[in-house]
Design a protein around this ligand. Structure first.
Ligand code: SF4
Length: 449
């Protein structure tokens, strides 16, 4: 094989690419939604509600679908989770609400809560209905940093309570990870922007694009100019392998490539290798591996240093990778990236194991994989430098992220935070809950001032 053919664009035709990047989930039609809703037991003290980070009244909205009150179902969902449409697509329901459903037995399967949630929210969005009405203006102004799920959820709830909100977003579009960081077949780009438009539709909030904290705005200025500040800027840094050969052509950061892939309307224009290796075990590793395959890579192998149960990606995501032809190799870590004529040629690994004290160690056995592209998907980190030095009042951190209390209040007076920049599980649904809780706490604080 010539070197020129190892990384190439247009490995697949336009039709196949369009199929590969179309919405992966088939939505429920009315008939199937009614049948699915009728399977719910409408449990008292429903365990599915406890398992939902935003506490949606799941049996309540399913009952409304069962009686054909789809608008009511959507309002029940969105009242607790304003990004219920996105969460219906990206939530790992297999470890949240659906895993708690009492209908999951050996003989049966859980209620398709995610699919029903999508049915109801899509119904509302398609009709462009705006069910939320702002409270009379309070005259208070709140700054929100970041137009991702946490920032948008916080801003919407604050606007609902009558406050004026300005969102500062560094990128040209709102939506955060839903817009820039999720596999294209899970959340189509037009859906993300439709959801953003719905959120902004309540009024009383505006977004200033191209405004990055630490570059165009400062935390001290925001604290001076606004009545409260919410920080929801996510994770800006990516972890490095710290290995020989890491900067070779063909070695890429999975997060950056996914961002490019999501923003590229002509997927065929993206170059992809024949043999792709992905290092990591989370959803980003699965997303880049499956999308590499769907761009036309022949061999895609995820290599993870621990076992399947340790992976950040759920069993459902692992299964998705495998059914897309991705090989997952467990218990191995990269040692060296080997070049040929200045490009990546192969990756050397060593097998790992847990010792008697549960520590990850090497077995001493090694193997190599041929690779013309390698994606690093080994996690992201919070970059605190844009926050500044905090002045006289220090901003506290824990585990490298901003420390918050149950109300998502930071150690700084008048500053709240949520989403990936605070400790937690880094799920969209949890970011929405952070934003919602912070907004309610900000509202209480501003009203008592
Ligand atoms: Fe319905 Fe399952 Fe929730 Fe019970 S646990 S209310 S059956 S979705």
């Amino acid at each position: 094989m010539s070197d020129a053919g190892r990384i190439a664009a247009r490995r697949l035709g336009a039709e196949e690419l369009a199929r590969n990047f179309a919405d992966i989930h088939v939505p429920l039609d009315r008939e199937r939604a009614l049948i699915e809703a009728s399977r719910c037991y409408f449990c008292y003290d429903a365990p599915c509600i406890q398992a939902c980070p935003t506490g949606i009244d799941i049996p309540g909205f399913i009952r409304k679908i069962a009686t054909d009150n789809v608008k009511g179902a959507a309002v029940t969902i969105l009242g607790e989770n304003i990004m219920g449409g996105a969460c219906a697509r990206v939530c790992p329901v297999e470890i949240l609400c659906e895993s708690a459903c009492v209908r999951e037995t050996q003989e049966s399967r859980p209620i398709q809560i995610g699919a029903l949630q999508r049915y109801a929210t899509d119904w509302l969005f398609e009709r462009k209905l705006q069910p939320f009405i702002r409270a009379p203006s309070t005259g208070k102004r709140v700054a929100v940093v970041g137009a991702g799920p946490a920032g948008l959820a916080c801003a919407h709830r604050l606007a609902l309570r009558g406050h004026e909100v300005t969102i500062f977003e560094a990128r040209p579009k709102a939506g955060g990870l839903n817009e820039y960081g999720i596999a294209a077949y899970k959340v189509p780009a037009d859906f993300v922007q439709a959801e953003v438009a719905f959120i902004l539709g309540i009024g009383g909030l505006k977004i200033e694009f191209g405004k990055a904290l630490g570059r165009d705005i400062s935390l001290s200025d925001l604290r001076r100019d606004f009545d409260a500040v919410f920080l929801g800027m996510g994770l800006a840094g990516t972890n490095a392998l710290a290995l020989e050969g890491e900067h070779l052509p063909g070695v890429m950061d999975a997060v950056a490539y996914i961002e490019r892939l999501r923003q590229e309307p002509d997927k065929g224009a993206l170059e992809i290798g024949r043999r792709v290796v992905v290092i990591g075990g989370g959803n980003t590793a699965i997303d880049i591996a499956v999308q590499s395959k769907r761009l036309g890579a022949e061999d895609v192998t995820i290599v993870y240093r621990r076992g399947p149960d340790h992976m950040g990606a759920t069993w459902h995501e692992q299964e998705l990778a495998q059914t897309n032809g991705v090989t997952i190799k467990h218990w191995a870590r990269p040692l060296r990236l080997v070049a040929h004529q200045g490009r990546l040629k192969e990756v050397e690994f060593e097998y790992t194991q847990l010792d008697e004290r549960g520590r990850l160690t090497s077995t001493g056995d090694r193997f190599t994989l041929l690779a013309d592209m390698l994606f690093k998907a080994i996690g992201q980190n919070f970059v605190s430098a844009p926050l500044g030095n905090g002045g006289a009042e220090p901003l506290e951190f824990v585990g490298g992220r901003i420390q918050v209390n149950a109300d998502r209040k930071t150690s700084l007076t008048g500053v709240w935070a949520g989403g990936d920049c605070v400790p937690g599980d880094d799920l969209t649904v949890s970011a929405v809950q952070d934003g919602k809780l912070a907004a309610e706490a900000i509202d209480r604080t501003l009203r008592s001032a």
